[in-house]
Design a protein. Sequence first.
Length: 253
Amino acid sequence: MTSERVLTWDACVNVRDLGGFATEDGGRTRHGAIVRADTIARLSESGWAALVDHGIRRIVDLRFHDEREADPPRQLDVEVVHVSLLGEREAEYWLHLDERLTAMSPPDYLAWSYVEFLERFREHFAAALRAITDAPEGGVVVHCLGGKDRTGLVCALLLRNAGVAEEDVVSDYALSEKQLAEVHEAWVRAAATPEEREFRGRLGYAPASVMRHVLEELDRKYGGVRGYLEAAGLDASEIARLRDRLREDDPAA
């Protein structure tokens, strides 16, 4: 099933359709509804054509403002909505994050930081999910830079809200480490100093245990993803529409 979801969009390396997952109530997620990706600004002409041919009508860009300025999306007949998922890069806060990354093992840092981000930036997560819910008819691409961390968190919320089993959500997240391995290794080799090389080397991980921890924390604190979405400010109608957007129509309905 994974091979059916992995998409080949030239010059991107971490593109997957969120369709084809079984849900815990006997349903299935719908192909073509939502695609997760690394930064689509890298796409070649044929890659952009593949995006359009896949039926994409809205792009939800989770990158920081400075990331967009350095690597702006191409002008296409596809709507782009920008939600900087982690807000502004406040120097003091991001220095704190870098210190934690240096002091902790990469898996421990990811497990800690993901829960931290979900709490600190709840309103931003809600805005990103609304941008998906309110998209015009057709497919939606969600992306950040590597399509692993910010995109991974948003997609985990989407899949669990749609009723996909926890282990399938965890497996989808963990696949990004493999997909990004070659690009990440090249980025690490390109570092200007040994210290920078060591720091970059800590950023390529996506172990299953991390997303499992995140979902367990959402269960513990909110009773599950739906409770988190409510706490973030989404109402029952928005949560239902978000769920329905990703799921196939119920044949019994």
